[in-house]
Design a protein around this ligand. Structure first.
Ligand code: ATP
Ligand code: MG
Length: 463
């Protein structure tokens, strides 16, 4: 209507602008239903989008002209989904529906009245069903509910591949991309003090079974863990073991590529339930967060940081500590349902007190240097050895030195491969025993060297 000639006076222009779309809609015989990826009502991902996606993948993919294939879990069978901007048709009781998959937002309109089940606010992906209006009743009352239910059933029964997400910024927009999550870590293989390990697994089990408890006490069904310890002590490995135990997806959030709190909120909203959100090395991004801490101090942790007088105010150009904390245990933390939030750090003492204060994260887990209990797990994993003549000496050396499980594991690994190449004609149990002897002897030497160095190191510092 902006293209109407200038000589048309305002009243007529207003009339045309108001009535043209309505008249066009009246005569358009087609109805559209859109199902957006994002529900703006609940500020969470729209689960119906996933249901319909599963339904269409199963039912309609054969009719699509362009399909998107991603490698399935075993790396062989492709997982087929509709590519963006293609359509497929589906028939139900003599009525035909055209399904469109689109990544375009509000500007993407085709003529006809729109029944929007889940309206959108910012460029979500969406599915759009278009059908003749004489089939309106059968489509809305029968076909669509049936398709959604079938999709939900498919999701429930499908052994869904779990995913590892990370955020990135193609263009000027922050979004998640993913790869299959295939880390083999389990609690059985994790080298740590057995009592400590049991404490963590008990906590996770209580969380998994805690739906009713969380609802009864009026708490959001989420759990926060702060993992701290020196490099190579197994923090990332523990996260993978947790994800495998809970059967959750993992969202590895890189805060350095998040522009501001609004973008952070959008990323959180886009995460699904039954997921672990991880922010690794939180101490490394402390510079930005600490700057904004001054504001959080004034307002109270987790409070607003929009102080117009403060140079560190949330001016929409950065992620602030209070912005982050509002997802950890503020109002936003309840969005999206069952989830775990994990921070990791090498330097817990350097963290902002707002992050470490009591009650902020539900559990602080210290991953420590390798002592004998943890070593026994590694010896079993790598060498299949549960006892050995060198164990007593190794116990003493591990008590005397601060060696990370990663370093111990490194000592148990490479020599095995070397020996196997040299000794292909020996029996496998002989080779395994010799591997163990060599690796453990090598470990003893490494630990002795580390002990010597740790004794001389302080003197060197004084000089
Ligand atoms: N507790 C452990 N149990 C089993 N394996 C471990 C453990 N700690 C370290 N490892 C081994 O060492 C490697 C490095 O460990 P990991 O990446 O989990 O350490 P990290 O604590 O996350 O280190 P960083 O602080 O540098 O991120 C792992 O791939 C794993 O093989
Ligand atoms: Mg790590």
């Amino acid at each position: 209507c902006s293209k109407l000639p200038d000589y048309i006076h305002d009243e007529l222009r207003h009339f045309i602008t108001k009535w043209t779309p309505l008249v066009a809609a009246y005569f358009n015989p087609y109805v559209q239903v859109t199902i957006s990826e994002q529900s703006d009502e609940q500020f969470r991902r729209n689960e119906l989008f996933d249901d319909i996606s599963a339904y269409l993948t199963d039912k309609c993919a054969g009719g699509a002209r362009r399909l998107k294939a991603e490698l399935g879990k075993d790396g062989k069978l492709p997982e087929i989904t509709l590519d963006d901007d293609v359509h497929v048709t589906d028939d139900h009781q003599g009525a035909r529906v055209w399904w469109y998959a689109s990544n375009k937002g509000p500007s993407y309109r085709s003529p006809g009245p729109v029944v929007s089940l889940f309206p959108y606010d910012t460029e979500p992906r969406l599915f759009r069903a278009v059908f003749h209006k004489r089939h309106r009743r059968v489509m809305l009352d029968d076909y669509l509910p049936g398709a959604l239910e079938k999709g939900r059933g498919l999701i429930a029964t499908m052994a869904r591949e779990r995913r590892l997400f990370t955020n990135h910024r193609p263009g000027n927009r922050s979004t998640w991309c993913h790869v299959p999550f295939e880390h083999p870590a389990t609690f059985d293989k994790l080298a740590m003090d057995p009592d400590h390990k049991k404490e963590i697994t008990d906590d996770l089990e209580a969380f998994m079974d805690g739906k009713q408890y969380y609802s009864d006490v009026g708490k959001a069904w989420k759990r926060g863990y702060l993992l701290h310890g020196p490099p190579g002590t197994g923090k990332s490995t523990l996260i993978s073991a947790m994800a495998n135990k809970l059967k959750y997806d993992v969202y590895d959030l890189d805060l350095t590529s998040v522009k501001n709190n609004a973008e952070l909120r959008k990323l959180f909203i886009e995460t699904k339930g039954k997921s672990i959100i991880v922010i690794e090395d939180i101490d490394a991004i402390e510079v930005d967060l600490a700057g904004n801490r001054k504001v959080a101090d004034k307002k109270g942790a987790g409070g607003s940081c929009c102080d117009p007088l403060d140079p560190n105010k949330d001016d929409g150009s950065k992620v602030t500590l209070s912005g982050l904390l509002s997802f950890v245990d503020g109002l936003w933390s309840a969005s999206g349902g069952e989830r775990v939030i994990i921070f990791t750090t090498n330097r817990v003492d350097m963290l902002d007190p707002a992050l470490t204060r009591r009650g902020r994260m539900d559990m602080h887990i210290e991953m420590s240097y390798c002592r004998f209990g943890a070593f026994k797990v590694l010896a079993k994993n790598y060498l299949k050895v549960e006892d050995h003549d060198l164990f007593d000496e190794i116990r003493q050396l591990l008590d005397d030195t601060d060696t990370s499980p990663a370093d111990v594991a490194h000592n148990l690994m490479p020599k095995c491969k070397k020996r196997r190449r040299d000794d292909s004609d020996r029996s496998s149990s002989d080779v395994a025993r010799m591997d163990a002897d060599t690796s453990l002897a090598g470990l003893v030497e490494t630990l002795k060297k580390a002990r010597r160095e740790s004794v001389t190191a302080p003197a060197a510092v004084k000089l």
